[in-house]
Design a protein around this ligand. Structure first.
Ligand code: ADP
Ligand code: MG
Ligand code: MG
Ligand code: MG
Length: 400
């Protein structure tokens, strides 16, 4: 059974039963596959006797994309489990605990978080998460600082970087975020009402140049160990708790990419809310909540990152007056650019988001899509001038 093959539900039960010190000998285990099955299997294993449960996540050796499938390295599963271990050491309580990793089966045994909900769904339902900005700002500051050349031994950082070489999943990002949405690519999925808007963007040389610069950063700036896919579908929440899952895209890249992923998905939900809330006052209030959250995530991140840098940096030259201010100013600009890029790809690229895509009224959906394209492209074009997070929320406020 240790030879790689995708497990069946029964095999997942047998596997879980053999794990030492997890389930009692009289356990009555059941298994349910709860993943979406495009890239990975996710088995939820429960014991009706002890009430204990856990998750087995197993990578599939291919990705199903536009009807076909392309091969995908199983090594991403090791990368995911190792990233979770690094993240837990830096941010206890903010990721699921990894019990063990099975190299042969490309399978991670981890803590069951079924008492949380996926944040994208929670936001679509109109729920608020008052501690989210604090938690995710902390997560971003600690994971990005302590895996960078400013927060860890610089020789060790180079060695660690080698453990997170993730070419297959980086290529997905390079294609689906930084290339395909900006040309008439087969992977795109353009809803007809917005086709003219999309085609206009393909001809916008100013936009394309900025996307090329952002793509360059994604390809070449090995600043810190990123989560790499930090959208609201990779975040489990309750009003009291935040847990980040699914870091299979982890690699050493530009810090602003992770921060931008969070902000982009808040803004996509902001654009989609017209399709979910019918009461005008309620809509306005929820939109305000989302924009306040955007500001709070950056502000919390910056505050904690600055404090870590001032107290803990290992780099003497980085303490030179002016350096940190300049670093953060440039990071905010990157964040604007990546936020925009992460928005645009979700509108007419492959893998769209429920916040907008599931809106039933085609007219309302087209308005939401157009708004998101407008905000996304404006953020990309503005990125190298950005100086304050309020410029992002002002732009979003004016766009609806
Ligand atoms: P993928 O990489 O295929 O997107 P995810 O890690 O995002 O896989 O998991 C897919 C789904 O499985 C999640 O949306 C969630 O519903 C469920 N899931 C994943 N990890 C856990 C966990 N630790 N606890 C409970 N449910 C989980
Ligand atoms: Mg998925
Ligand atoms: Mg996922
Ligand atoms: Mg994933």
């Amino acid at each position: 059974m240790s030879h790689y093959h995708p497990l069946t539900e029964q095999e997942a039960i047998d596997y879980a039963r053999r794990l030492p010190d997890v389930f009692p000998s009289n356990a009555e285990l059941s298994s349910r596959e709860i993943g979406d099955g495009n890239l990975n299997l996710v088995f939820h294993i429960t014991d009706s006797v002890s009430g204990r449960s856990l998750i087995l996540k197993q990578a599939l050796p291919y990705a199903k994309v536009v009807g076909e499938s392309w091969p995908l390295s199983l090594d991403r599963s090791r990368i995911e489990s190792e990233a979770l271990v690094v993240q837990e050491a830096l941010c206890p309580g903010l990721v699921p605990h990894v019990y063990t990793y099975d190299t042969e089966l490309a399978l991670t045994v981890m803590e069951d978080l079924s008492d949380h909900v996926i944040m994208r769904r929670g936001l679509v339902e109109g729920n608020r998460y008052p501690l989210f900005a604090e938690h995710i700002g902390h997560f971003l500051a600690h994971t990005l600082f302590y895996t960078s050349d400013w927060g860890m031994n610089q020789q060790e950082k180079k060695e660690r970087l080698g453990r997170f070489i993730n070419p297959d999943l980086c290529k997905i990002t390079e294609d689906l975020i930084f290339d395909d949405p900006y040309r008439d690519a087969e992977t795109n999925n353009i809803h007809e009402p917005i086709r003219p808007d999309v085609e206009k963007l393909w001809a916008d040389q100013e936009l394309l140049l900025e996307v090329a610069f952002l793509r360059e950063k994604f390809l070449t700036h090995a600043q810190a160990l990123l989560h790499g896919d930090l959208h609201t579908g990779s975040i489990f929440v309750t009003p009291e708790s935040t847990k980040v899952i699914d870091p299979e895209f982890a690699y050493y890249g530009p810090m602003g990419f992770d921060i931008g992923a969070v902000l982009a998905n808040l803004l996509l939900n902001y654009c989609g809310q017209a399709g979910w809330k019918s009461d005008q006052a309620d809509l306005e209030s929820f939109r305000n909540y989302l924009l306040e959250t955007v500001e709070a995530v950056w502000t919390r991140f910056e505050q904690e990152f600055r404090a870590l840098w001032e107290e803990k940096t290992v780099d003497r030259m980085a303490r030179t007056p002016g350096f940190l201010d300049s670093f953060l100013a440039r990071l905010l600009q990157d964040t604007f650019g990546f936020t925009g890029a992460k928005m645009v790809r979700r509108i007419h690229g492959l893998a769209q988001v429920a916040d907008i895509n599931r809106i039933e009224d085609a007219g309302v959906r087209a308005v939401a899509e157009r708004t998101a394209l407008h905000i996304g492209t404006a953020l990309i074009k503005h990125n190298r001038q950005a100086a304050d997070i309020k410029e992002m929320t002002d732009l979003a406020r004016r766009a609806v």
